[in-house]
Design a protein. Structure first.
Length: 136
């Protein structure tokens, strides 16, 4: 009996194009996701500064030119703002959290000092004022 050798099966090379496409899609996703921030309140035009560190204002407490405080578009006050933070984060974390206040440039400085004082009285320990950096 004559035995014939079986033909060897050649393995097909896997295409790396699919892997490259996935890597590029992930790159684009992280580039877009890293640059998205919550929208600013339309009724607030930020205070301008010449020298300031660049920072995004996520979950900032916005203050209009009339002194109305807003969180995510809804009106609030210092006490309610801190109570919401305590409910969300817990007592200790809420007290240690840095609160970012984005005040309108037309808001009188005395009113801004009163708002910061009310936040401190409500239990805030660290408060930062968000400003808009302008070119010289």
């Amino acid at each position: 009996m004559l035995r014939l050798a079986r033909p060897t099966q050649t393995r097909q090379r896997e295409s790396t194009i699919a892997l490259i496409n996935i890597v590029f899609l992930m790159l684009i996703f992280f580039l877009v996701a890293g640059t998205l921030t919550p929208p600013l309140d339309n009724d607030v035009s930020l205070i301008s500064t010449i020298e300031a560190d660049r920072s995004q204002p996520p979950d900032a407490l916005f203050v209009t030119s009339e002194g109305e405080m807003r969180l995510r578009g809804t009106a609030t006050d210092a006490q309610s703002f801190m109570l919401e933070r305590v409910d969300t984060l817990g007592e200790t974390a809420a007290r240690e959290l840095e609160i970012k206040v984005a005040a309108d440039r037309e808001l009188p400085a005395a009113k801004l000092v009163d708002i910061v004082g009310a936040l401190k009285a409500a239990g805030a320990s660290r408060i930062s004022i968000i400003t808009e950096r302008v070119a010289q």
